[in-house]
Design a protein around this ligand. Structure first.
Ligand SMILES: Cc1cc2nc3c(=O)[nH]c(=O)nc-3n(C[C@H](O)[C@H](O)[C@H](O)COP(=O)(O)O)c2cc1C
Length: 223
């Protein structure tokens, strides 16, 4: 698979089969992803790869919290600014329409949206997951390094025939994740990532992208 194909075939997949993910494939992916770049080579990512009973235990704990309406844990970082400005606000709501529209959920059906969103904490049925932490003393540049690492993981997963969905949703239950993973106190959970083989019978949400001239400016002296 060439890089363009890996990039364009990666999507946030939210329906997986229960086919196990071979451990050697996961090892190849995290070994190669270690070559992701980072400013001054800090390599600020701390990844935990979960499969089998530990992942089942985490899904059980999170599922129980969802079912009993247990409130989310106190946030350790701000996922979005409180008042998202234009054009991000419009892009976010367009994404919501695409995501829930693909499931046949009407805009005003908040309960159905919440039900669909709760699949986050079952890792969308995936048999493997990666949890990515960052040291709480690090700043925006290192968070950006972590993003590059995660995208590298996602592209390598495509090369293995696997799909993924990065999920900040797991940070809402970071205490449950920590109960299973026991990370050092100085780490913050940025996100989880569901990993597995896509359930191709599900109806996927197809996201679009803003026109290129909204996000990229060529400055080359040619009008
Ligand atoms: C940092 C990050 C966090 C995300 N968190 C979630 C999440 O919690 N739940 C979810 O279903 N998708 C999540 N996504 C997936 C995005 O919604 C998705 O990448 C975006 O809508 C673009 O769609 P595409 O990845 O299918 O191209 C996340 C993606 C990123 C990069």
């Amino acid at each position: 698979m060439d890089v363009y194909e890996a990039v364009t075939s990666r999507r946030a997949v939210r329906a997986f089969t229960d086919r196990p993910v071979p451990r050697p494939a996961l090892e190849r992916v995290v070994s190669a992803a270690a070559w992701a770049p980072s400013a001054s080579n800090l390599q600020p990512w701390h990844a935990y790869v979960l499969t089998g009973d530990p992942l089942a235990e985490l899904k059980k704990r999170a599922g129980e919290r969802v079912a009993t309406g247990d409130p989310w844990d106190e946030p350790e970082y701000e996922m979005y600014p409180p008042a998202l400005k234009s054009p991000y606000r419009e892009r976010r709501s367009a994404f919501g329409e695409q995501r829930y529209g693909a499931l046949g959920i009407a805009h005003e059906d908040i309960e159905a949206r919440q039900r669909a969103a709760s699949a986050n904490w079952d890792a969308f049925g995936a048999p493997a997951a990666l949890f990515c932490y960052i040291d709480r003393d690090l700043g925006p540049a290192q968070w950006s390094d972590v993003g590059m690492y995660l995208q590298t993981v996602m592209l390598l997963l495509r090369a293995e025939g696997l799909h993924s969905c990065t999920q900040m949703a797991w940070a809402k239950y970071h205490r449950s994740v920590a109960e299973v993973l026991s990370p050092p106190d100085e780490l913050i959970l940025f996100c989880g990532m569901s990993i597995g083989f896509e359930d191709v019978t599900a109806n996927p949400a197809r996201t679009g992208r803003a026109p290129l001239d909204e996000t990229v400016t060529f400055v080359d002296g040619v009008s």
